[in-house]
Design a protein around this ligand. Structure first.
Ligand code: ADP
Length: 506
C-alpha cells in the first residue's frame, strides 16, 4: 500500500522560487517561497544566476516538506512549472553554467531578430514554430551566448555543453546530470521547435548556428522524466510545463474551447484548441498546451503587456491608491468612468494590434472627471484588453466560448471580474484556489504516477469560488466597446503622428 499523500509542485517563477505540497483533494498543505536576485547588467538586459535558481528551488522544497514533516515516501511525485523562454547553457560534465540565465524579458537580441525578419524568415518561423519572431523566445538568446562568451562556441561544437529552459536545468540538477529533457510546452517557446512534427527544426538550428548536441530530449508534459534522490529518498519527477500552460491545466482546461485568463503583472489568455493546430490571423501565437497523455494539444495564446502593472502604476507613480485592493472601492463609488478611457500602452500594444510605438493614452476627459473615474478607467482597461484578445480568439478558432476561467492577483477584484463578464458577455469562473500554475504542475505529475486516476477525478477536485454572470444590455456594451476602439486608435495614431508631424503646420 502506497504511503503517498502529497504531490510537490516546484513553481520556479521570474522573481521567486516556490514549492507547494498538494494533497489528493488538490488542497494546499504546505508552501515555501524565496525571492532571488534580478541582475540588470545594462539597460534592457535581464539575467538570473542559474545556481541561485537551483539553490532557492531546493531550499523552498525542503522547507515546504519540513513544515509538515513530509517524508520522501509520502511524496507521490514532483511536478515542475517554470518561467518560460529563459535560457541557460551549462557544461555537461561539471554542470557549471557558462553564463548567467538570460531572462525572457531581456531585449539584448532585438537586433538579431530584426536581421532574421530582414532575411525573410518571419513566415517560416510562424509556420513551423507557431510564434511571431521576437527576442523574447530562447533561440536568439542561445545564439547570443554561443557568439559572445569566449570559448563557448568551440565547446558547444565539441558536444560539451547543454542548453535548457529552467525546467530542463532543474531536471538535470535533480537527476545529477542523468536526464537532459524538457517538455512540449517549454520546447514550443524556444522558437526552434516544430510544433507539428514535434521535433527540433533543422533549418532554424542552422540559421542560429546551434549544434543539436546542445538540445534536450522533448517529452510530453505528463511523463516520468527520472527520479531524484536529493530529498533523502527517491522521488519521481513526473511532470513539467511552462507556467501559462500549467495554469490552463490547473484550471481543468483539458478540452478544445476551454479558455483561461491570468490577470498578473501582465495578462495571458490561453485557449485550448484540442489536437488541432489553429493558425492565427489576428496576431495570436500558436503554442503547445500541456496534456496528460502522449497526444499533443495545441493552444492559442495572447498576451497583454500591461495588466496589473497599470494598477501598480496608479499606486507607485500616480500615488492615487495605497494598495491594489483599494481600487475596488473607488470603482464602485461611481457608476461609470464619466466617458473617459485609459489605454495603458506604456510598452506598446501587443495582440491583436502589435504596435510597438503606441503609448499610454487618456481620452474623453471632461470637467466632471474625478479620481474615482480615473481609477475605474485604469481597472476597466484590463478587461478591455482581455476582451480584445477574446475577440481575436473567437475569430481565429471559430469556436464559441463557454465560460472564462480566471486567475492571477487582479482576479481577486470583484468589480473587475463583473465588468469583464458584462463587457465580454461571458460567465467568469473564479476558482477558490487561484494557485492554478502550481496546481497544474502537480496534476500533471500526479496523473503520471497514478496518484490521481484520470482527468475526471481531477475535475471533481475543482472548488468553484465565484461565478460572475453578464448583466449588461447589448446597446450599452456596444457603446462602451466603440469608445474603447476609438481610444486605442488614438494611442496608435499618436505613435504614427510623432514620426511625421510637422510642428510648423500646427
Ligand atoms: P505576477 O505573478 O505577475 O507577479 P500576480 O498574479 O501576483 O502577478 O498579481 C499581481 C498583480 O495584480 C499586481 O500588478 C497588482 O497590482 C494586481 N492586483 C493585485 N490585487 C489586485 C486587486 N484587488 N485589484 C486590482 N489589481 C490587483
Amino acid at each position: 500500500m502506497s504511503k503517498a499523500k502529497y504531490v510537490i509542485a516546484m513553481d520556479q517563477g521570474t522573481t521567486s522560487s516556490r514549492a507547494i505540497l498538494f494533497d489528493k483533494k488538490g488542497s494546499i498543505k504546505s508552501v515555501a517561497q524565496k525571492e532571488f536576485r534580478q541582475i540588470y547588467p545594462q539597460s534592457g538586459w535581464v539575467e538570473h544566476d542559474p545556481m541561485e535558481i537551483w539553490s532557492t528551488q531546493m531550499g523552498v522544497t525542503m522547507e515546504a516538506m519540513q513544515k509538515i514533516d513530509a517524508t520522501p515516501e509520502e511524496i507521490a511525485a514532483i511536478g515542475i512549472t517554470n518561467q518560460r523562454e529563459t535560457t541557460i547553457v551549462w557544461d555537461a560534465s561539471t554542470g557549471t553554467p557558462v553564463y548567467n540565465a538570460i531572462v525572457w524579458q531581456c531585449r539584448r537580441t532585438a537586433d538579431a531578430i530584426e536581421r532574421l525578419k530582414e532575411a525573410g524568415l518571419s513566415d517560416y518561423v510562424k509556420e513551423h514554430t507557431g510564434l511571431i519572431p521576437d527576442a523574447y523566445f530562447s533561440a536568439s538568446k542561445i545564439a547570443w551566448i554561443l557568439d559572445n562568451v569566449p570559448g563557448v562556441r568551440e565547446r558547444a561544437e565539441r558536444g560539451e555543453l547543454r542548453f535548457g529552459t529552467v525546467d530542463s536545468w532543474l531536471i538535470w540538477n535533480l537527476t545529477e546530470g542523468r536526464v537532459h529533457a524538457t517538455d512540449y510546452t517549454n520546447a514550443s517557446r524556444t522558437m526552434l521547435f516544430d510544433i507539428e512534427k514535434l521535433c527540433w527544426d533543422q533549418h532554424l538550428l542552422d540559421y542560429f548556428k546551434i549544434p543539436e548536441s546542445l538540445l534536450p530530449a522533448v517529452l510530453p508534459s505528463g511523463q516520468i522524466y527520472g527520479t531524484t534522490a536529493k530529498f533523502g529518498g527517491k522521488i519521481a519527477i513526473a511532470g513539467a510545463a511552462g507556467d501559462q500552460q500549467a495554469a490552463l491545466f490547473g484550471q481543468c482546461g483539458f478540452e478544445a474551447g476551454d479558455v483561461k485568463s491570468t490577470y498578473g503583472t501582465g495578462g495571458f489568455l490561453l485557449m485550448n484548441t484540442g489536437n488541432t493546430r489553429v493558425r492565427s490571423d489576428s496576431g495570436l501565437l500558436t503554442t503547445l498546451a500541456a496534456s496528460a497523455d502522449d497526444k499533443p494539444q495545441y493552444a492559442l495564446e495572447g498576451s497583454v503587456f500591461i495588466a496589473g502593472a497599470a494598477i501598480q502604476w496608479l499606486r507607485d507613480e500616480m500615488r492615487m491608491i495605497r494598495t491594489a485592493a483599494k481600487t475596488q472601492e473607488y470603482c464602485e463609488a461611481v457608476k461609470d468612468t464619466c466617458g473617459m478611457y485609459l489605454v495603458p500602452a506604456f510598452a506598446g500594444l501587443g495582440a491583436p494590434y502589435w504596435e510597438p510605438y503606441a503609448r499610454g493614452t487618456i481620452v474623453g476627459l471632461s470637467r466632471g472627471v474625478t479620481k474615482d473615474h480615473f481609477i475605474r478607467a485604469a481597472v476597466e482597461s484590463l478587461a478591455y484588453q482581455v476582451n480584445d484578445l477574446l475577440c481575436a480568439m473567437r475569430a481565429d478558432a471559430g469556436l464559441e466560448l463557454g465560460a472564462l476561467q480566471v486567475d492571477g492577483g487582479a482576479s481577486a477584484n470583484d468589480f473587475l471580474m463583473q465588468f469583464q463578464a458584462d463587457l465580454s458577455d461571458l460567465s467568469i469562473l473564479r476558482p477558490r484556489c487561484i494557485e492554478t500554475t502550481a496546481l497544474g504542475a502537480a496534476y500533471l505529475a500526479g496523473l503520471s504516477v497514478g496518484f490521481w486516476k484520470d482527468l475526471s477525478e481531477i475535475r471533481k477536485n475543482r472548488k468553484p469560488g465565484r461565478t460572475f454572470t453578464p448583466s449588461l444590455d447589448a446597446a450599452t456594451r456596444k457603446k462602451l466597446l466603440s469608445g474603447w476602439k476609438k481610444a486605442v486608435r488614438c494611442a496608435m495614431f499618436y505613435a504614427k503622428e510623432e514620426e511625421t508631424a510637422d510642428c510648423e503646420e500646427l
